[in-house]
Write a protein that binds this ligand. Structure first.
Ligand SMILES: [Zn+2]
Length: 67
């Protein structure tokens, strides 16, 4: 899945493998930085937990926004 494949009403978050902290990301900022054709899985190694600083095995989470 590419960033651009994700419908607008979905938001992108990241779950920490160590402390289970879930943080929501700013999609627009990510798309500007990496481009819409960037595959989401290729960005997993770039995730860093804002709670415990863990950088390993973090996963993207996708959730439908409440309307
Ligand atoms: Zn963490």
């Amino acid at each position: 899945m590419r960033l651009g494949d994700l419908p607008e009403w979905y938001r992108l978050g990241a779950m920490c493998s160590r402390c289970r902290h879930l943080g929501w990301l700013d999609r627009q900022r990510i798309e500007r930085r990496f481009g819409k054709n960037r595959f989401v899985v290729t960005m997993e190694p770039l995730l860093r937990c804002t709670s415990c600083d863990n950088r390993y095995d973090n996963d993207f989470k996708i959730a439908k926004m409440r309307r």
